[in-house]
Design a protein around this ligand. Sequence first.
Ligand code: ADP
Ligand code: MG
Length: 238
Amino acid sequence: MGSITLKQVTKAFGPKEVIPPLDLDIHDGEFVVFVGPSGCGKSTLLRLIAGLEDVTSGSIVIDGKEATDAAPAKRGLAMVFQSYALYPHMSVRKNIAFPLKMAKLSQAEIDAKVENAARILNLADYIDRRPGQLSGGQRQRVAIGRAIVREPAAFLFDEPLSNLDAALRVTMRQEISELHQSLATTMIYVTHDQVEAMTMADKIVVLHDGYIEQVGAPLELYERPRNMFVAGFIGSPK
Ligand code: ADP
Ligand code: MG
């Protein structure tokens, strides 16, 4: 569970081609980071995978199944946004339970899954508070909790830490890496922060104007950047 293949995927907004034909293989359980400067298409690529945008051409296969035209909810993926996207009028517990209520699970199943997520993320102390009463890091944990209860084949993160201060970013980075280790679920993580990419990724995808400059393990990109763009963005110029 959690393999994603993009074949000749393109995306245009009107006359503007934002993603030229792109091929990418993401393997089950991998932590893949999309990195590149602002406007290079990281969010668009993630949204295409999530089904929040339609591809202009090409295909997306998730766990061996054609998913190009599948509705977002049918893809078995869970997205975590930079803005948290929590419901302000609901408690933490209700925010996390919400996708399960939508899926019409029994109250007992919902309670068990919410409790499990609260334990994993250490948020039992503020489970009855509303988002407005939480710090940024706590809100981000709730947003991750809401993804965890859905038991997705893959988590998709779009710059989840960029609203947090530097010290908290380091803590949350570690928490997300630990979560990846314990769940062993595929994670795709978008960032423009090279340090995040280098410390978190199994595989880094370097994007530039919508195309892939290089794909590889952090050390491989650092030691053998294919060109000056990758070198400048990831490692030391050679
Ligand atoms: P990144 O996340 O790497 O900063 P984006 O994927 O948000 O980049 O954007 C890539 C390019 O696509 C940018 O030039 C952006 O202006 C354009 N773009 C993104 N979404 C839309 C949209 N809905 N309509 C038109 N252009 C868009
Ligand atoms: Mg973006």
